[in-house]
Write a protein that binds this ligand. Structure first.
Ligand SMILES: *[C@@H]1O[C@H](CO)[C@@H](O)[C@H](O)[C@H]1NC(C)=O
Ligand SMILES: *[C@@H]1O[C@H](CO)[C@@H](O)[C@H](O)[C@H]1NC(C)=O
Ligand SMILES: *[C@@H]1O[C@H](CO)[C@@H](O)[C@H](O)[C@H]1NC(C)=O
Ligand SMILES: *[C@@H]1O[C@H](CO)[C@@H](O)[C@H](O)[C@H]1NC(C)=O
Ligand SMILES: *[C@@H]1O[C@H](CO)[C@@H](O)[C@H](O)[C@H]1NC(C)=O
Ligand SMILES: *[C@@H]1O[C@H](CO)[C@@H](O)[C@H](O)[C@H]1NC(C)=O
Ligand SMILES: *[C@@H]1O[C@H](CO)[C@@H](O)[C@H](O)[C@H]1NC(C)=O
Ligand SMILES: *[C@@H]1O[C@H](CO)[C@@H](O)[C@H](O)[C@H]1NC(C)=O
Ligand SMILES: *[C@@H]1O[C@H](CO)[C@@H](O)[C@H](O)[C@H]1NC(C)=O
Ligand SMILES: *[C@@H]1O[C@H](CO)[C@@H](O)[C@H](O)[C@H]1NC(C)=O
Ligand SMILES: *[C@@H]1O[C@H](CO)[C@@H](O)[C@H](O)[C@H]1NC(C)=O
Ligand SMILES: *[C@@H]1O[C@H](CO)[C@@H](O)[C@H](O)[C@H]1NC(C)=O
Length: 674
């Protein structure tokens, strides 16, 4: 397969070329804009006192808003973000207008935007951007501080009795400030879903996740202002951290496009793998993690829960996520310069969390803040499952940092933690782990993490957890017992991977259909990027009783933490993943139990292109054929998919299968199992 090449901003300052994904029918699902200047695609609403509104769909022709009560809502067709410009063609002395923004169509209103500064039950915190009289004729651009980072609908209203004639209304895209061609993906995914109303669902979802993370990749000086602006205002001109190098514009990855617009390391546990498989745009991640380390508490070694200006403190789980995220970043990039820079603070942060482990052998959690769940604290199972994953990844990272004694100490502590974890939390009669030793509550988060991170002792335990997790499901997916009346696509992103790990592909696809099938297609959403959460019945009142103050308009519709399916489709369904830095070692283990007969996908690392196309031959009974391309000089392991057995031929030669797998070398391989 011939791949085009492109020069992208590089990781280490030296210029290198990344392979772009091959083109094909999947390109039609790429949401990334082809231009940095966008015009609306349709008129969503227009009052009779507005004339010529259709002219606002291009740069030419004008529309007149005829005084008080005249308003028009432009639809950009998908989530966008950036500064609005327009031309004032005819104005009067007292003419004035206002701009209102919203992601969801639910909150289209000439007097109100959806909320981003603060949540209130009246849902009228942000209100509008007023453009007061006197207006001057000519080109006008929204002031930079008033940037809206995420919206789909723009409502322009006159706020005076005098008419206003406008033209050339566009948005200058503000996300991905360091990348010229936002569509130039280094990865792709494609499969047809025979079990959903839209056969392109999986492909569309993969691209929606990728685009969500792009909309969360922002210039470092465009964060939400803290302390929050007073009611009636918003400001997105705060500094979000520090740049690892002097690159300009300096990009950083945040939680959401509209809000919070701050670095949240837990969110990155999902968003960064998405970024890796789609754009390989890791510079914003490097800056975000670097920022977290520079804000370490030098006395205790505790890391903040979020980046500045929020600089939220007091989360032991998010502390761990910064450290796990460091492993992920290194795994994907192999960036030694960055690793040696952060290493002293990494080890200091490890001593903080290891210091929380008491005589019970479990960490006693005192930083109670988390992804929103209730009941955090003490010997909590979720936090200890994350700590287990941290010890394993820290052990690997220590060996890459050439510190073999720390590497073995952390590995030994991981082993010890796994034993205690099972002794204290496993409920054999229920087939699930409990939240802590004084409850029988069986959380979605701890059980998903424990399965995914292999805290389990045998495969039966994995299958029982997978089955037990399904008992939390309603029509739209899992309702976490630890955060009732909620759907959390963040935690469900881990649960999704857990079902694949348990070997139940049917259940994994059922979850995809229920939860993301709703999220992507419901007309409450932006139908392009992914919402941060919902209530159990699918409303936007996410966390209404837990910090979001009954404000459905505050919910973000472009949260990278909801993009779990993107990396899961690549890693589990296409089945290709990296197991050592940059993919020097890789694994090929497609999950073929979904509603398709073939799937394909791939990604790029500093070593080159990794791609796979597989096809079932005459149903599973006929075997499988796979074409795999990985860089020369790499090594891989092919694990035979569940239900497939027989002779394995690689480029025509029969190879031995041991324990269900076959070692492979990089290059172009045709594998047939029949
Ligand atoms: C407002 O301005 C327009 C064009 O600039 C003009 O035709 C119209 O007479 C003005 N209206 C008033 C009330 O001044
Ligand atoms: C969503 O679709 C339903 C059913 O077609 C319709 O009643 C409702 O008005 C739509 N909502 C929005 C915000 O478009
Ligand atoms: C952000 O914009 C507001 C409103 O113009 C201004 O008061 C504030 O000083 C700006 N903050 C920064 C960090 O530039
Ligand atoms: C229309 O707006 C674009 C984007 O701001 C600008 O580049 C262009 O100059 C404007 N056209 C006119 C005729 O003012
Ligand atoms: C390490 O932590 C110190 C505070 O103890 C901080 O001043 C420094 O910037 C941090 N260095 C890195 C590379 O994160
Ligand atoms: C144990 O878990 C339950 C259920 O999540 C919670 O209500 C309780 O506060 C937890 N106990 C401690 C000590 O945190
Ligand atoms: C670890 O040692 C190897 C071999 O000397 C070196 O290439 C690598 O850069 C070192 N890693 C770090 C993070 O310094
Ligand atoms: C391993 O665990 C023991 C017991 O909790 C602790 O004393 C030790 O510091 C841990 N080792 C490291 C390297 O964190
Ligand atoms: C998972 O844990 C089991 C039981 O402790 C162990 O045998 C197995 O090797 C582990 N799997 C991986 C991938 O580490
Ligand atoms: C699997 O591990 C669980 C937890 O230790 C144990 O209760 C169960 O008996 C084991 N099952 C098998 C089949 O080994
Ligand atoms: C997989 O999950 C489905 C429910 O989605 C269940 O009916 C089936 O028994 C499970 N299969 C296995 C092997 O556990
Ligand atoms: C793999 O490549 C061979 C040779 O180009 C082709 O005949 C076959 O159809 C390919 N298989 C798949 C699954 O694409």
């Amino acid at each position: 397969m011939l791949l085009s090449q492109i020069l992208l901003p590089t990781l280490l300052g030296a210029s290198s070329t990344w392979a772009l994904a091959p083109s094909g029918p999947w390109d039609a699902f790429n949401f990334a804009p082809t231009s940095k200047t966008l015009y609306a695609t349709t008129i969503r609403h227009v009052e009779p006192t507005v004339s010529g509104s259709e002219n606002l769909l291009s740069s030419t022709g004008s529309a007149t808003l005829g005084g008080q009560g005249a308003w028009v809502t432009l639809d950009f067709g998908k989530e966008v973000g950036g500064l609005i410009s327009m031309n004032f063609d005819a104005v009067n002395l007292t003419s004035s207008i206002s701009l209102a923004f919203t992601e969801s169509p639910m909150f289209i209103n000439p007097l109100l935007s959806d909320d981003s500064s603060f949540p209130i039950a009246t849902m009228n915190y942000d209100t509008v951007l007023s453009v007061p009289a006197p207006l001057s004729t000519g080109h006008w651009t929204q002031p930079a501080f008033a940037l809206r980072g995420g919206f789909r609908f723009l409502t322009i209203a006159t706020t005076s009795d005098e008419p206003v004639t406008i033209s050339n209304v566009s948005v200058a895209i503000s996300f991905m400030p360091h990348v010229e061609d936002m569509t130039a993906y280094t990865g792709y995914f494609y499969a047809q879903d025979s079990d959903f109303m839209d056969p392109d669902f999986l492909t569309k979802l993969w691209y929606a996740g990728a685009y969500t993370v792009q909309t969360d990749t922002v210039a470092i000086n465009t964060g939400r202002q803290v302390p929050f602006e007073p009611q009636g205002f918003w400001a997105n001109n705060a500094t979000l951290g520090v740049c690892f190098d002097e690159a300009s514009p300096c990009p950083i990855i945040v939680d959401g496009a509209k809000r919070d617009r701050a670095v949240w390391p837990g969110d990155m546990g999902i968003a960064v793998p998405t970024q890796f498989v789609s754009t390989f745009d890791l510079t914003p991640t490097r800056n975000a993690l670097f920022t977290m380390f520079t804000h370490i508490n030098p006395e205790t070694g505790a890391l903040p829960e979020s980046g500045p200006p929020l600089s939220q403190l007091g989360s032991d789980t998010y502390h761990c996520w910064t450290l796990i995220g460091s492993y992920n970043y290194y795994l994907f990039s192999g960036d030694d310069e960055w690793l040696s820079t952060i290493w002293p603070n990494f080890t200091l942060a490890m001593s903080y969390i290891e210091g929380r482990v008491d005589s019970s052998g479990l960490a006693d959690i005192i930083g109670l803040r988390d992804w929103g769940r209730l009941g955090q604290g003490g010997h909590n199972a979720e936090a200890n499952a994350i700590l287990y994953k941290l010890l394993l990844t820290a052990s690997s990272l220590a060996s890459f940092a050439n510190d073999s004694s720390l590497s073995s100490a952390w590995a030994a502590n991981a082993t010890a933690l796994k034993t205690v974890f099972n002794d204290v939390f496993w409920m054999e009669d229920v087939g699930l782990y409990r939240d802590n030793s004084s409850t029988t509550l069986t959380p979605q988060d701890a059980n998903s993490f424990a399965l995914l991170y292999n805290l389990t002792l045998n495969d039966t335990q994995k299958q029982r957890i997978s089955e037990g997790l399904e008992r939390n499901w309603v029509d739209l997916g899992p309702v976490p017992p630890e955060l009732p009346d909620t759907i959390s696509p963040f935690i469900s992103g881990f649960e999704l991977q857990a079902h694949f790990e348990a070997g139940n592909d049917t259940r994994a696809f059922d979850l995809l259909h229920r939860e993301w099938g709703y999220i992507l297609y419901t007309n409450l959403s932006v139908e392009s990027t992914l919402v941060e959460g919902l209530t159990a019945n699918g409303s936007l009142y996410y966390r209404y009783y837990d910090g979001y103050n009954d404000d459905a308009a505050y919910t973000s519709h472009a949260h990278g933490w909801s993009s779990g399916p993107t990396s899961a489709l690549t890693f589990y369904v296409a089945g290709l993943t990296v197991t050592s830095p940059q993919g020097q070692n890789w694994a090929l283990a497609p999950h073929i139990g979904g509603p398709m007969n073939s799937a394909q996908g791939g990604f790029t690392t500093g070593l080159g292109w990794f791609g796979v196309i597989w096809e079932l031959l005459d149903g599973t009974s006929g075997g499988i054929s796979l074409n795999v391309t990985t860089p020369e000089g790499t090594q891989g392991v092919f694990t035979l998919p569940q239900g497939i057995s027989g002779t394995v031929k690689v480029n025509g030669s029969v190879l031995d299968v041991e324990g269900g797998s076959v070692p492979l070398s990089g290059g172009a391989l045709n594998i047939v199992v029949s």
